[in-house]
Design a binder for this molecule. Sequence first.
Ligand code: HEC
Length: 262
Amino acid sequence: MGDLIKLVSIATIISVVFISCNNNQTKKTEAIAISQQDLKSTKGYKLLESKCYICHFEVPDPVKMNQMLAPPMLRVKEHYLPNYQNKEDFIKAITNIINNPSEENTLMPGAIKKFNLMPKLIYNQDELKLIAETIYKYNFGAAPKMKMLMMGGLQLNNGERWKLKKETIKKLDGITNSLYTFKSNEIKEYNQFGKDLFEQAKFIMLDKSYTGDKFDQIHNFFSGVESDMHLLIEEKSIENAKSLVENMKTKFNDFYNFFEEE
Ligand code: HEC
């Protein structure tokens, strides 16, 4: 008899747990469905529109390329999400850089070079958090890289390689070397390696002494490897991480066909 009571109570507990889990599941899916559909009518999205879309387009618009004052928000998210995949980290990173735009903490050196540093504006911190959360939740879709498509890859300078400062070539050699010497079987170390590579590449991208066509070619090269770095930062499989590193080795080797020390 005691056993039967036990059995019944265990069964009851199990079913209660099961039902409540199930309920949670439904609630979760509902919440996601609502946020995608109705996010545009939330306070967060309205703030994003009124405070940020003054300068940022939501997504790249090929017709208005020359009216851009800042990188489209889709691109901003593409740069921040791989580095800050957790919602709280993402919100913190976005609010930090807005409260204190800096070359040191940028994840978008190409954008700084192109548009100059984002001006430091004062925002209500609760509103800012809401905006950052909206960027995290909002699905901006995907858009191909216009510039790469338009420029059709790297080009020589009238048949000659572009001349770069010794210091730049040294940094590049450093990156290339680390690509060849990096070895690990831990995916976390690959992810960190992606961040380290990006940090090194950033310095070259932010170098103010390169301008005009030369800078465009440097930028062109880096936008090609930058996506590999982003993928490496968020990659979960060792196999894919290894092939990303191989991919980058090939691209960095190719760099020396287009650039040389002055
Ligand atoms: C006055 C124009 C302007 C406004 C308003 C503006 N931005 Fe920007 N933002 C820029 C420019 C220019 C850049 C590119 C240069 C840079 O990265 O600093 C940028 C870059 C960024 C970056 C990338 C920073 C980095 O370098 O890693 C984030 C994130 C960002 N904006 C978010 C926002 C959000 C969110 C808002 C609204 C609260 C906003 N911006 C409002 C001009 C603006």
